[in-house]
Ligand binder design. Structure first.
Ligand code: SF4
Ligand code: SF4
Length: 452
């Protein structure tokens, strides 16, 4: 009996090239009917014209590897990692194929395989730095924020630029350096009180998820999110022990690390007793809503994740749900709106940000062609695949309508990517989060009242 076990394992291994936990599930890939409706919305297929770089092709490759017909080698790995995980294919798929989940599960298999076999590349070095060394550790993230602030404020930045040292970095990092806004002295997580009272009749308690990149680079947007929530009758809680959502880890295939972070957030936010969890970053919101996917084999946390995820709302979604007050302050802007992939395709949030923008007196919203097409940010895709990300960014910038003075959106990754696009075009377009415009309109309303 003891002798037979390895043979059985060997037989199982020959039936599939996905030999590790969380393998892509048959009920996800078997529902693809090969109709090809997804081809015309897939950015990588549109750019490369290669079936293997399309949703249908990727699903087929994953199925072949699942059945042991293809080995888990570059013929599968490259298309799986070239995917943006933008989910545009899911929006048009008549069979409900969960391409994003399949891609993430397949990447998980590659991650486990690499852990066993070793191996290194520029891509895995970037992933290790961001996904394992920095983002899972709030204290390290804070240190990075402080170092970036020191770099910007002490003349170190101009010294680095004068010496030409910056030129040794990849082009995209040079551009990120150029567009990075001034890093605020304190994160929202550190500076906001634990509880911010609701104004007017109380509509519920909402715990603010502050995120990692959002709270280092755009913490003012977190503060604006807290203000507009409180103004609309929500008691805002700020749980201090929260950690990064783990979205980037899931996208990279490191599901164990993502689970560890998810467990921490689930415990912290459920303990807060809040009715809602508010999030203003599309990628994080989608990850938080999909936490149950990470816990198929852990009944306790699967149940907790279901409860947690049912409370998660994008800020625009929650404001519309509880009935937000239309602002009376005028903001004279002509704005277009970019649909972040993980807001429109993954969370199906499309009308709410537009409802908010339309409610602001003075804002003229001009729709952008292909507003739902990925800008190329896609987590750290713009760092790991700069050429494809750059091409998608060019298309996005080409679609910005004439005459607008700002682009609104709901995701920090898209904001940084589109700021790079603005920089490349030497344009003075503002890149804004939707909630910033609403907050500005409320503040103008308050200023008008104070001046009466
Ligand atoms: S649209 Fe859906 S069912 Fe049709 S080929 Fe694409 S993934 Fe398969
Ligand atoms: S998630 Fe995006 S890039 Fe990936 S297959 Fe679907 S449409 Fe293409």
């Amino acid at each position: 009996m003891a002798k037979a076990e390895p043979e059985i394992l060997q037989m199982v291994k020959q039936d599939t090239s996905f030999c590790w936990p969380d393998a892509p599930e048959e009920d996800k890939y078997s529902v693809c009917v090969h109709c090809g409706f997804c081809l015309e919305v897939c950015p990588t297929y549109q750019e490369l014209g290669d079936e293997n770089e399309s949703p249908r092709g990727r699903v087929y490759l994953i199925k072949q590897a699942s059945q042991g017909i293809l080995p888990l080698d570059e013929s599968v790995i490259n298309p799986v990692f070239n995917c943006l995980d933008c989910r545009a294919c899911e929006t048009v798929c008549p069979s409900g194929v969960q391409v994003g989940a399949l891609i993430e599960e397949a990447r998980g298999q590659v991650h486990y395989m690499k852990q066993e076999t070793g191996g290194s590349s520029v891509q895995s070095a970037i992933e290790n730095l961001f996904l394992r060394t920095i983002f899972p550790h709030p204290k390290r993230l804070k240190v990075v924020g402080k170092l970036m602030r020191v770099y910007q404020r002490t003349g170190m930045k101009s010294f680095v630029h004068k010496t030409g040292l910056m030129k040794v970095l990849p082009k995209h990092l040079q551009e990120m350096d150029a567009i990075l806004p001034d890093i605020p002295a304190q994160s929202a997580l550190d500076s906001l009180p634990d509880v911010i009272p609701a104004q007017g009749p109380v509509k519920g308690q909402a715990a603010l998820f502050t995120g990692c990149v959002m709270d280092v680079v755009f913490s003012d947007i977190n503060r604006a999110t807290a203000r507009v929530s409180a103004r609309n009758g929500l008691t805002v809680l700020v749980p201090k022990d929260q950690v990064c959502c783990g979205a980037l880890q899931v996208h990279a295939g490191d599901r164990d690390q993502a689970r560890e972070m998810a467990r921490k957030n689930i415990d912290v936010f459920l303990a807060s007793g809040a009715d809602y969890v508010i999030i203003n970053a599309a990628g994080c919101g989608a990850a938080l809503k999909e936490y149950p996917e990470l816990f198929h084999d852990d009944k306790e946390y699967h149940n907790k994740a279901e409860v947690f995820s049912s409370k998660v709302r994008d800020i625009s979604e929650l404001l519309v749900e509880v009935g937000f007050e239309a602002p009376r302050g005028r903001v004279e802007r002509t704005i277009t709106y970019h649909d972040a992939c993980h807001l429109c395709h993954a969370q199906k949030v499309r009308s709410q940000p537009r409802e908010i923008l339309h409610s602001i007196p003075g804002v003229n919203l001009v729709e952008m062609q292909d507003s739902e097409r990925c800008c190329g940010s896609a987590g750290i895709y713009n760092l790991t695949h700069p050429e494809m990300a750059g091409n998608l960014l060019e298309s996005k910038m080409d679609n910005v309508p004439e005459g607008v003075d700002g682009i609104a959106m709901g995701n920090p990754g898209c904001m940084m990517q589109i700021k790079v696009g603005v920089h490349r075009r030497h344009s003075d377009l503002d890149v804004l989060h939707t909630v910033e415009l609403l907050d500005l309109a409320y503040r103008k309303e308050d200023d008008g009242r104070a001046g009466q």
